[in-house]
Design a protein around this ligand. Structure first.
Ligand code: ZN
Ligand code: ZN
Length: 209
């Protein structure tokens, strides 16, 4: 009698467990809507999650990159300037909208004024003004022999009769390097009087006075 009661109790427990197990197996998840948990960027995917309303099971999946036109629509775009960040706004009806900012673009320098002329061996400086934001900047200008910047446009080699020059041009303007006329070796010599410091009085003529 006691034994069978115990057995019954065991059976009841086993039955309950089996029943719950069965129920759980047959349970069809009732999912909430996907919710974006990490917004994607233009080149990295995001994540989304949904939950079962009855068992709290969570499912995670990827959200496509913003440039995926099957998922996202570009609804707004503002180009960046040299002072204001640009912006792109993408939208999706489930996830709402995501904004990305675009980096500043370089200043647009068009007119330069050389403030320190470069030479053939040393760099110089130029002042430039951005045509968009009017900001002024001082820029290093490479030496005249750097052909990525300067072009030798005219040249005259110096000789014994005339001076010479190298004329360079670039977006920074033009610079002329002048060379002195060559000097022949004899030209340098100045044949003036000999350097006689001693006055005649001091000259020790033995047979004189
Ligand atoms: Zn569930
Ligand atoms: Zn600017």
């Amino acid at each position: 009698m006691k034994k069978s009661k115990f057995l019954l109790a065991i059976l009841a427990i086993v039955f309950t467990f089996t029943l719950t197990a069965c129920l759980k197996e047959e349970h069809t998840h009732t999912w909430t809507k996907w919710e974006m948990t990490l917004a994607p960027t233009e080149d990295t995917v995001g994540t989304k999650q949904r939950k079962c309303t009855s068992c709290d099971e969570v499912e995670t999946a990827e959200v496509e990159v913003l440039t995926d036109e099957n998922v996202w629509t570009l609804v707004e775009e503002t180009e960046a300037t040299c002072t204001v960040l640009g912006k792109r706004k993408y939208s999706n009806e489930d996830f709402g909208s995501v904004e990305v900012s675009l980096p500043l673009v370089e200043h647009t320098y068009e007119e330069y004024t050389l403030t320190l002329e470069p030479t053939e061996t040393t760099s110089g400086l130029a002042k430039a003004k951005c045509t968009v934001c009017k900001e002024e900047a001082e820029i290093e200008v490479l030496a005249l022999t750097d052909s990525s910047v300067w072009q030798l446009v005219d040249q005259l080699n110096p000789d014994y009769t005339q001076a010479g020059f190298n004329k360079y041009e670039s977006k920074f303007g033009s610079v002329t390097v002048e060379f002195n006329r060559l000097v022949a070796p004899y030209e340098n010599k100045t044949y003036t009087s000999f350097n006689v410091d001693a006055s005649s009085d001091d000259v020790p003529y033995k047979n004189g006075k």
